[in-house]
Design a protein around this ligand. Structure first.
Ligand code: AMP
Length: 325
């Protein structure tokens, strides 16, 4: 794959913005200058938006230094997926990084990351990588974990920040770090949404105006499900489904209420934390969204779901603070 990043000003930040590293040598040099405190990494595929900015700002508040990686990882895209049309917005990405006080941006091309071409050895996501997103996107999570592992090693970060928006990804990264003893603290950051509830995503730029209206049914379904959280699993699923069936232009791939660490459907008697997750295609765009819930007495959404839509009941707010482990 070729990348369309403009030729960088290599290493150096005359305007006081982040240092840009393109090669392993440039990264090594720039990384060595981040002394006197811990280093956090925020890994992205570019086309940065407020969701990414929130990850960066959260990292900025907690760590002495922040490294952002911008890398469109060919390994995690299937042959019929959107790698070639994925938005590439390097200049505005850099502006966001500059405003958020990023120290170092690592923006390599695939040949820098995969020096010998396709890696023969990859991280296996195991069974949790074969369900939900993994079922729709075979090999996706192996490719994702492989690059996350490599970027953890290359950046030498003490902590890494990931969005709850990609809940299965976050779970698998936590598992990899634990199962393979990576010395990295994984921190999750709640999903950042547009004022109308749509989860922010680089892929939202593919949506036409009418697609965007249709896409709102995903977050509305989650809100409806969350509003039934006290009543138990079948009420939650029913409430969410009732929103989706009213929008035939959203081709729903799955709507599930699952245990947050096994991703198995929770039974009717289940009480406690669960994940209500949805995926579907709107126009040409595949979108995912989720909300962590407390199921049963006192049931509620465990995220700030801004009070956007009078058509469905508001969801009580949680603190919205990132949780670390
Ligand atoms: P991406 O560039 O889409 O691979 O995302 C990079 C990181 O940003 C991942 O940890 C995502 O989970 C996170 N992220 C993407 N969108 C959002 C969002 N709307 N809110 C919070 N985090 C997000």
């Amino acid at each position: 794959m070729s990348d369309t990043h403009p030729t960088p000003s290599a290493v150096g930040a005359p305007s006081g913005g982040p240092v840009v590293a393109r090669t392993r040598d440039e990264l090594r040099t720039a990384r060595a200058s981040l002394t006197g405190g811990d280093v956090a990494v925020v890994m992205t595929m570019g086309a940065l938006h407020e969701g990414h900015a929130t990850l960066i700002e959260t990292a900025r508040r907690k760590a002495a230094h922040v490294v952002v990686t911008i890398f469109l990882n060919p390994l995690q895209f299937g042959p019929r997926e959107d790698l070639s049309r994925y938005p590439r917005t390097f200049d505005s990405d850099m502006e966001i990084c500059r405003k958020a006080g990023v120290d170092l941006v690592f923006a390599p091309t695939p040949d820098v990351i995969y020096q010998d071409g396709d890696p023969g050895v990859r991280v296996s996501a195991g069974p949790l990588g074969n369900v939900l997103e993994g079922q729709a996107r075979p090999g996706h999570f192996d490719g994702m974990l492989t690059v996350v592992g490599k970027l953890m090693h290359l950046t030498g970060a003490d902590s890494a920040y990931f969005g709850q928006k990609d809940a299965q990804q976050l779970l698998l990264i936590r598992r990899m770090v634990r199962d393979l003893d990576f010395p990295v603290d994984v921190v999750s950051v709640p999903t950042v949404r547009e004022p109308d509830g749509l989860a922010m995503s680089s892929r939202n730029t593919y949506l036409t105006d009418s697609d965007r209206e249709v896409a709102l049914c995903l977050s509305r379904a989650l809100r409806a499900g969350a509003s039934a959280a006290a009543e138990g699993p079948s009420a939650i699923r029913r409430a969410a489904r009732s929103v989706l069936v009213r929008e035939p232009l959203a081709l729903v791939d799955y709507l599930v209420l699952v245990h947050p660490s096994t991703l198995e459907d929770v039974p009717e008697w289940y009480r406690g934390e669960a994940l209500l997750a949805v995926a579907g295609r709107v126009g040409t765009t595949r979108l995912i969204d989720n909300v962590p819930l407390l199921v049963g007495p006192g049931g509620r959404a465990l995220e700030v779901f801004s009070d956007v839509d009078t058509a469905t009941p508001a969801i009580p707010s949680a603190t919205g603070r990132p949780d670390a482990d």
